[in-house]
Design a binder for this molecule. Structure first.
Ligand code: ATP
Length: 219
């Protein structure tokens, strides 16, 4: 079986170093061949993104430029439909019937999984890699009941299980805690504050050039 492919979905409004470290540490810890970044077009669970889809896609392209281990999938941006992860996984699974696919999630996103559209099918289509804080075990006892009931038995000890089947297991990996968030960045940007060292310079310059996230820009 080919080495697993990581999948990192998100709004990326804007992309920042928390996302980049998540992808990089997942790639290393789970021994992924590559990580595909999948910006959401119309995220169904939250308020519409502040920046237009084309801008968010371009910022992700700038953030991963020059790294051959990262690639960008614009399928959700191009689809004129709500960006449901399960639909994206069905598309990728049709293209790669036997490939091990690993959906990468921050621990916060993982705990919210039961609110996702057709969430139980997500684990039939892909594995899930969960970024945990070092020293905090990924324990089903601490999961919401629906998640523990449906997924408790799927928890694997290490990255080896991701090579045994194309989908269906959950593996945690330690991640350097970086409490940077896109919402925090948007607040800083609206207030004209510095975002230096929180996101790549190329992304910062793009935001400046296109006047994104300003208080009065109306979106
Ligand atoms: P917002 O603040 O607007 O909610 P965000 O910064 O959390 O945005 P998203 O695009 O919603 O960014 O996140 C995409 C994925 O990245 C999610 O799985 C989320 O858990 C994860 N993630 C975001 N920020 C971090 C971070 N600082 N460390 C680890 N994972 C992160």
């Amino acid at each position: 079986m080919a080495e697993p492919l990581g999948l990192l979905g998100g709004t990326f409004d804007p992309v920042h170093y928390g996302h980049l470290r998540l992808a990089e540490e997942a790639r290393e810890a789970l021994r992924l061949a590559q990580v595909a970044w999948i910006p959401a077009g119309r995220p169904p669970h939250r308020a519409p993104p502040r920046a237009a889809a084309a801008h968010r896609l371009e910022m992700v392209r700038l953030a991963v430029a020059g790294n051959d281990d990262f690639l960008v999938d614009d399928g959700e941006i191009r689809a004129d439909a709500p960006s449901y992860t399960v639909v994206t996984l069905e598309r990728l699974r049709a293209q790669m019937p036997r490939r091990s696919l690993v959906l990468l999630l921050g621990a916060d996103a993982f705990l919210g999984l039961p609110s996702w559209h057709r969430w139980e099918q997500v684990l039939e289509l892909a594995h899930v890699g969960v970024a945990a804080r070092p020293g905090f075990a990924l324990a089903p006892e601490a999961w919401p009941a629906a998640l523990a009931q449906a997924c408790g038995g799927r928890l694997g000890r290490d990255a080896g299980v991701l090579r045994e089947s194309p989908a269906g297991r959950i593996v945690g990996f330690d991640m350097t805690p970086l409490p940077v968030s896109a919402s925090g960045l948007r607040v800083r940007l609206a207030a004209g504050g510095s975002t230096r060292y929180l996101l790549p310079d190329a992304v910062r310059e793009y935001i400046e050039r296109h006047h994104l996230y300003r208080m009065a820009d109306g979106h």
